[in-house]
Design a protein. Structure first.
Ligand SMILES: Nc1nc2c(ncn2[C@@H]2O[C@H](COP(=O)(O)OP(=O)(O)O)[C@@H](O)[C@H]2O)c(=O)[nH]1
Ligand SMILES: [Mg+2]
Length: 242
């Protein structure tokens, strides 16, 4: 999950966790277990109605910390054909990606580089609240820079632009400029909208990443060290020592 600080990343994850606990399906799969229940519960505690005195609130800011790799959240899912999947979700601090977008090899971007190297699919969050507010100029620049940076690394991995906090409406010009960056840098990307006013949208967004990554990519073709003899011979060291 890529996006600036406050873009709604943790909220998207938490909404999905709560939906699974209520028996909801994610990409037609059932929730089986999690190796990170404690972390999920710590996040979920912030958005549950515990009692009349405590109104639900949003989870606290994910701090940058000193770690080079993000806290991974785990879901074990069982699909409709009984297939089993371990899904690892990276809830990385927004600052990692902000610094990665500006300077790829920045020390503060080590965690972002790790995520981008290992991810099977990407969700890129564009914060509609920021894009519709007084800071929309810098918000637009930030998300475009992030999209352009991702474009250099994404290859053909599934990517979805998430218009988060879609209960706010950025103007058409801003939206079009971001779409333009997406068409140029990540032409295969799809788009979805999310809002906490409609929790189904949070599930749809995660499904957009999960469905195309459900069947892992095939292993890459092996390139044999063949010079002037048959591939098979290359592995038997035909010329070595003979
Ligand atoms: N209006 C609105 N605000 C949201 C929505 N989702 C999240 N927020 C707000 O965005 C803030 C940051 O959310 P969070 O998930 O912590 O963002 P993160 O820093 O990307 O993990 C929250 O405190 C909420 O105020 C949404 O769908 N609509
Ligand atoms: Mg967060």
């Amino acid at each position: 999950m890529l996006g600036a600080h406050d873009a709604g990343k943790t909220t998207l994850l938490t909404g999905n966790y709560l939906d699974l606990l209520r028996g909801g399906r994610l990409a037609d799969a059932r929730f089986i277990e999690s190796r990170t229940l404690h972390a999920w519960e710590a996040l979920a505690a912030w958005v549950r109605f515990d009692d009349a005195a405590r109104r639900p609130s949003f989870p606290p800011h994910t701090p940058r910390g000193t770690s080079r790799v993000p806290g991974l959240l785990h879901l074990a899912l069982r699909g409709p054909r009984d297939e089993f999947r371990d899904v690892l979700l990276a809830d990385a601090p927004g600052e990692w990606f902000t610094s990665w977008a500006i300077q790829e090899d920045a020390a503060a971007a080590a965690g972002a580089r790790w995520v981008v190297e290992h991810a099977d699919a990407f969700l890129v969050l564009a914060d509609c609240s920021r894009l519709a507010g007084p800071g929309r100029g810098s918000a637009r620049k930030d998300i475009r820079t992030l999209i352009e940076r991702l474009g250099n690394h994404v290859g053909d991995r599934p990517t979805t632009l998430v218009w988060s906090k879609a209960d706010h409406t950025p103007n058409d010009a801003i939206r079009e400029q971001i779409r333009q960056a997406l068409r140029t840098s990540v032409p295969h990307a799809r788009e979805v909208e999310t809002s906490t006013t409609n929790r189904r949208t949070l599930v749809n967004a995660l499904e957009a990443a999960l469905r195309p990554a459900w069947i892992p990519p095939r292993a890459r073709a092996l390139t044999e060290p063949v010079l002037d003899h048959q591939p098979f011979a290359a592995f038997r060291g035909l010329h070595a020592g003979s």
